[in-house]
Design a protein around this ligand. Sequence first.
Ligand code: HEM
Length: 398
Amino acid sequence: MEQKDLTPESPVVREPEPVTEEERLRRARPGLKDWLELRLGWWGFVRKNLDEPMPPGVGWWQTLGNLVLTLLVFQFVTGIALAMYYSPSPDTAYQSVKHITENVTLGSFVRGLHSYGSSAIMIAIVLHILRTFFWGSYKRPRELTWVVGSVIFMIMLGFSFTGYLLPWDQKAYWATVVGTRIIATVPLVGESLLVLVRGGEEVGALTLTRFYAIHIMLLPAGLIALTGLHLYLVRRHHIAGPVTPVKGRPRPFYPSQLFKDAVVVLVGVGAVVFLAIAMPPGLEGVADPTGTDFAPRPEWYFLGLYELLKIMPPGYEVLATFVIPGIISVGMLILPWLDRSRSRHPGKRQLIIDLAMAVILLIGLCTLKGILETPPPHTPSEASHSAAAPETATMAER
Ligand code: HEM
């Protein structure tokens, strides 16, 4: 039998490419720009992202992620600026915010950017979640992108809950009293958790220090790490195309998609800047723990939860404070494994779409009810006759 020759072919020896004298010198002693590029590979990184292929059919809906990212950067920058003047103690917090608003150059504007920015980010992030949900983008291989995103969303809620207390005015104080009280309804460990979060039995100095530390250290650290991971995963698995494939070839991110992103970012940031100038955020009276007639007004994106609590019959509050939010949060986290249908098309995911619509409707209607029934600022509570009254009174007693 004929034996095959298994010896590897001798390697091809290539002649080195001729290098010009200038190129040789550049490599030997590069200028600062070239040296940085050689060490960091920064331009290569930017180029790679600009060349990222976008499947045909991708367009305006895919701009929301970058809008969230830009608004986040704004929140960090304005937050750092505010932290330069803010003083987190019950004796000084209110005065320091008043000082920022009334005396510091651009203080009111920066405060406005931070305050409206937090609402804008919530709207953008909810739209981003809805778009990725309806496009079925959480399915294989993007399960982890979705899970990391879900945790980011919870961190964002944490930011807003802790930030709301910082001005230490009546609105901040009473919303936190009611908000933290909700923690006590967690079965078995509720009361201990309440004391842990408040730093004592009541909302006071330790609550403020604790919320400030969480707001400026714990949550930002988690958010930066998870946002980095989220973006890495988005790049690793690339953006999903439309649910019904569109004919055509993928196009690079630059220039077409970058242009759309820039337009949406300009509109989003523009709206925040406009509101910060036209309607600078106010400040109510300093927190008064002895007053019992203040109607708590949580931030608008917590109103849904608060309304749900108000409509619950006595004895069933735990449904609104723990059971329903818990089911929705866990459902969101494990969604990629709950919905095992192969298709990303909404028409072929009827059950999960119906369930999501029910949740969206519940949250939407409760939030709307809350917005319509929220008393205007500075109005003492009329809630003494409403369903929230026992809650308010109980809070005041604590
Ligand atoms: C800090 C907050 C977030 C940032 C900066 C961010 C950023 C982005 C960006 C830039 C993209 C690609 C462009 C786009 O699809 O819009 C993306 C995609 C994605 N995001 Fe987010 N995101 C955030 C939060 C979330 C949340 C809360 C979720 C869901 C719970 C989520 C789920 C996803 C998924 C599944 C994709 C892949 C989309 C696809 O391939 O079609 N993200 N994100």
